[in-house]
Design a protein around this ligand. Structure first.
Ligand SMILES: *Cc1c(COP(=O)(O)O)cnc(C)c1O
Length: 399
């Protein structure tokens, strides 16, 4: 296959990133998606929208998040490592940047009922949070198995006033919760907005979510200019589940070829073990949740159950932006096992006094295998804090 050299890694106006993306949806969903597609750019560009979005990011989320030079961590690997501190956002991760943006979008579209899907519950909590903030009804679909596994997040959502509806079909996990949410949206097209939690789903979701998260690289540029005298690092590094924290950090660097892009996936127990979520290494082209992308599947096209110790990376697909970064070679993709991620999480805790989410720990683990020069400037997206993962850390390290 011949791929034309690309100079633009953003979505085109049909929602394609090279060969990937688009909107593959049932006809019944078309009016809902089309209503959003035809208006989202214009709404986001309205000065009143921008003002409200930026104000909430500042006063409610706590932005700008610091860009922190991790001195002891850098010394250990003999290079210059900065951490973009999304773990300090309200609710403990980057996800709230997107839910704030989408709740404002829902209000502009005249919707007063919000639905969402959630796996481990992090996106459900971020959605329930902004619904409480705005006084909107919130229904979160969650697999029945996940409801059992993630009791603290279920309790959080309930405290925040959301209704958690169990998905009882299939494997009773994230994929099934997503199907239930789509069914709900088809049945409630007029008053309901569906808040998707990553850069996945049909166009315009991947592009819209990437734009909301792009505040991460917008801030990074300014902050790096102040401390390094240049806006561009040598590398940006982020973990990839669906790919939203990565899209946010990469966004303003996509078309700057001097900035290396490193995406880190979960290898689980090892990419050859059948228990992993290393989508780019193992995936083939397919369609999931309305988008053409790389997807882990059996030879006859059935979606494979992914596995990772971190719930946030446990997704069988990857957003179309990242599929394109992989296919074109613009991004370097590294997969990290459970064991290496856990060690890196412990190491950052001891070297810097920061306990990262296990998703983030995957990005922190690349330095054992990927070497950098002493004067390289590397920005890692510290996508979330480890509080939610304490039980996993306790069991793993017998703390
Ligand atoms: C959900 C989550 C992720 C993975 O989602 P992306 O859309 O790939 O960013 C990564 N880190 C944390 C802390 C999360 O909560």
């Amino acid at each position: 296959m011949i791929t034309e050299p690309q100079t633009n890694y953003q979505a085109d106006d049909r929602g394609y990133y090279g060969d990937f993306g688009g909107a593959f949806i049932p006809e019944m969903l078309y009016p809902n998606v089309e209503e959003l597609r035809s208006q989202y750019v214009q709404i986001m560009q309205e000065p009143s929208f921008q003002k409200e979005f930026n104000q909430l990011l500042k006063d409610y989320v706590g932005r700008p998040t610091p860009l922190y030079y991790a001195e002891r961590f850098s010394k250990k690997y003999n290079t210059k490592i900065y951490l973009k501190r999304e773990d300090l956002c309200h609710t403990g991760a980057h996800k709230v940047n997107n839910t704030i943006g989408q709740i404002l979008m829902a209000k502009r579209l005249g919707k007063n009922r919000i639905i969402a899907e959630t796996g481990a519950g992090q996106h459900g909590v971020a959605t329930a949070t902004v619904c409480a903030l705005m006084g909107l009804e919130c229904i979160v679909y969650m697999g029945a198995i996940d409801i059992e596994r993630q009791a603290p997040n279920v309790a959080r959502m309930k405290m925040l006033g959301a209704t958690v509806r169990p998905a009882m079909s299939g494997s009773r996990t994230l994929k099934d919760a997503t199907n239930e949410a789509i069914r709900d949206w088809i049945n409630n097209p007029v008053d309901t907005h569906y808040i998707i939690g990553s850069v996945v789903g049909p166009h315009p979701y991947p592009d819209m979510v990437a734009r909301f998260q792009s505040v991460i690289s917008e801030e990074t540029k300014k902050q790096l200019q102040e401390v390094e005298g240049r806006e561009n690092p040598d590398y940006v590094v982020a973990c990839v589940g669906g790919g939203s924290n990565a899209a946010g950090l990469f966004y303003h660097y996509l078309d700057q070829p001097e900035v290396g892009i490193i995406a880190v996936e979960a290898a689980g127990k090892g990419i050859d073990t059948g228990e992993s979520a290393a989508t780019s290494a193992l995936g083939r082209e397919g369609i999931i949740h309305g988008s053409k992308t790389l997807l882990m599947q059996t030879p006859d096209g059935q979606i494979t159950e992914p596995y990772s110790i971190s719930a946030g990376l446990d997704y069988p697909g990857v957003g179309p932006m990242h599929a394109n970064l992989f296919r074109t070679g613009r991004g370097e993709f590294i997969s990290i096992t459970d064991d290496d991620a856990m060690q890196a999480g412990l190491e950052l805790s001891k070297l810097e006094g920061i306990i990262p989410a296990i998703e983030t720990s995957h990005a922190l683990a690349i330095f054992e295998e990927r070497k950098f020069k002493p004067d390289d400037v590397i920005v890692i997206n510290l996508s979330g804090r480890g509080d939610k993962d304490l039980n996993t850390y306790i069991e793993y390290f017998k703390l």
